[in-house]
Design a protein around this ligand. Structure first.
Ligand SMILES: Nc1ncnc2c1ncn2[C@@H]1O[C@H](COP(=O)(O)OP(=O)(O)O)[C@@H](O)[C@H]1O
Ligand SMILES: N[C@@H](CCC(=O)OP(=O)(O)O)C(=O)O
Length: 376
C-alpha cells in the first residue's frame, strides 16, 4: 500500500461496485459467504454515510452449477443460461437477506447489451436506476444471461459495470476481484510488478493474456477495457481485492487506482461510442466525411456509397470512409432494407419520388459521435 487517501474516491457520492464470479464463489463453486458479507457490510456503511451504491454482481452461472449437478462451467450456451436462471435467483435471495440485516432493500436489474445500446431502452434503464436510487434501494445488476445470445452478450460484467457507471452518472467505479491489484504480468509469473497508480490506461504496457480463476470469464483484459471506458469519460476506477472492499470504498490506497483522464460528457453519446455493438456499416464519400467531420453536419443518404449489415432504424452503425477508416458511430434513421433505393440520391429527389418521410438524414447530427471524440 502506498500513497495517501484518494480524494475523488473518498468524496464520491454515487458509486458502482462490481464483484466478479471468482470472488462471489469459492474454489468449489459455493457462494463465498465471507466475501459477500464483507461486500454488503462495506456497502451498508457507505449507504449510512449517504453514498448511493449500485452493485454489479457476477456469479449467477457459478451459483447455479451445484444445484444442477454440474461440476464445471458448461461450454454450451443453453446450459450456461439454465445455470444462470437457477443461480441468479439464489444470488438475489442471498443479497436480499444480507442487505435486509442492515435495513436495506435490494432491487434486481438484469440487462442485455441491447438495453444499453438502444437509445429508447437506454433512457428507460436510466429512469429505472434513478427511481431505485431515489427510493433508497440498492440495485443489484447482472447481465440477463438467460436470454442473452452469444452474438449479443457482454459475456463479462466488467464492461457492463463501466457502462452502468455512465448510465447512473457515478463518481467512481470499483472492480473487485480475486487479485489485489493490476500487475505488469500474471501475478504468478516471475517478475510481475504491482501497479498502484495508473494515470492513463492507454499508456500501460502490461500482459493480461493469461487467464484467471475457473469461474471468471473476463480476466484482466476486460477490467482494463472497463477502466478505459470509465476513466476516459471522467470516472475514476479502483481495481482491488474483494477482501479490501471497505478500505477501497473509503478511498484508502489499496489496489490499483486509475485516474479519470477524460472529461465528463453527454451520457447519451457515450453509450453510442462504447456501448453499441454496431449492427452494420455505411461507407461515406469524401464530401460526406468533410460534412460530418468539419461542418458537424448530419449524414445524408446522398453521401453514402455502400452499406453492409442487416440493421433497422434506431440501430447503431459504423461510419467509415472509402479506405475503411472509422469516422464514427451513429444511429441509422433507415432500415438497411430501404437503403438500396436511397443511397447516393439527393433528399429533394427522394422526397419528390417517395414522399415526405424521405427527407430524413441517414444519421442525424444529434445521434452521431465522431471517433476522435470517443476520448474525452
Ligand atoms: N496483469 C495481470 N494483473 C493481475 N491479474 C491478472 C493479470 N493477468 C491476468 N490476471 C488474472 O486475472 C484474474 C482476474 O480475472 P477474473 O478471474 O475474470 O476475475 P473476476 O471473476 O473477478 O472478474 C486474476 O485472478 C489473475 O489471475
Ligand atoms: N453474468 C455472468 C457473469 C460472467 C462472469 O463470470 O463475469 P466475471 O466474473 O465478472 O468475469 C454470471 O453472473 O455468471
Amino acid at each position: 500500500m502506498t500513497g495517501g487517501v484518494r480524494p475523488d474516491i473518498a468524496a464520491a457520492r454515487r458509486i458502482v461496485v462490481k464483484i466478479g464470479s471468482s470472488s462471489i464463489t469459492d474454489a468449489a463453486g459455493h457462494p463465498d459467504a465471507r466475501h459477500m458479507n464483507a461486500l454488503v457490510d462495506a456497502i451498508a456503511a457507505a449507504r449510512a454515510s449517504g453514498t448511493e451504491v449500485v452493485v454489479v454482481s457476477s456469479g449467477a452461472v457459478a451459483a447455479g452449477l451445484e444445484p444442477l449437478g454440474l461440476l464445471a462451467r458448461p461450454r454450451d450456451l443453453a446450459s450456461q443460461q439454465a445455470a444462470a436462471s437457477v443461480g441468479q435467483g439464489l444470488l438475489l435471495a442471498r443479497y436480499t437477506a444480507l442487505f435486509a440485516a442492515h435495513g436495506l432493500r435490494v432491487g434486481q436489474v438484469l440487462l442485455t447489451v441491447e438495453d444499453i445500446a438502444r437509445k429508447a431502452s437506454y433512457g428507460n434503464v436510466e429512469r429505472t436506476f434513478t427511481r431505485l436510487l431515489e427510493l433508497g434501494v440498492v440495485p443489484v445488476v447482472n447481465e440477463n444471461d438467460t436470454v442473452a445470445t452469444n452474438e449479443l452478450r457482454f459475456g463479462d460484467n466488467d464492461k457492463m459495470a463501466a457502462l452502468v457507471a455512465h448510465v447512473v452518472g457515478a463518481d467512481a467505479l470499483f472492480l473487485l476481484s480475486d487479485v489485489d491489484a493490476l500487475y505488469t504480468d500474471h501475478p504468478a509469473r516471475p517478475g510481475a510488478r504491482r501497479l498502484d497508480d495508473v494515470p492513463e490506461v492507454d499508456d500501460l504496457a502490461v500482459d493480461t493474456s493469461r487467464g484467471g480463476a475457473h469461474v471468471g470469464t473476463g480476466g484482466m483484459t476486460t477490467k482494463l477495457e472497463a477502466a478505459k471506458i470509465a476513466t476516459h469519460a471522467g470516472v475514476p476506477v479502483v481495481l482491488a481485492s474483494a477482501d479490501a472492499v471497505a478500505p477501497a470504498l473509503a478511498g484508502e490506497p489499496v489496489g490499483t487506482y486509475f485516474h479519470a483522464s477524460g472529461r465528463r460528457r453527454s451520457r447519451r453519446l457515450l453509450w453510442l461510442a462504447y456501448a453499441s455493438r454496431t449492427a452494420g456499416e455505411v461507407v461515406l464519400d469524401a464530401g460526406a466525411v468533410r460534412a460530418v467531420v468539419e461542418r458537424k453536419a448530419s449524414l445524408l443518404p446522398a453521401g453514402v456509397t455502400a452499406f453492409s449489415g442487416d440493421f433497422h432504424a434506431g440501430d447503431p452503425i459504423r461510419m467509415v470512409d472509402a479506405a475503411g477508416e472509422l469516422i464514427g458511430h451513429g444511429l441509422s434513421s433507415y432500415d438497411a432494407a430501404d437503403l438500396p433505393g436511397v443511397l447516393g440520391r439527393s433528399t429533394r429527389d427522394l422526397v419528390a419520388e417517395r414522399g415526405a418521410g424521405f427527407d430524413r438524414e441517414l444519421v442525424h447530427r444529434d445521434a452521431l459521435i465522431l471517433r476522435k471524440r470517443f476520448r474525452g
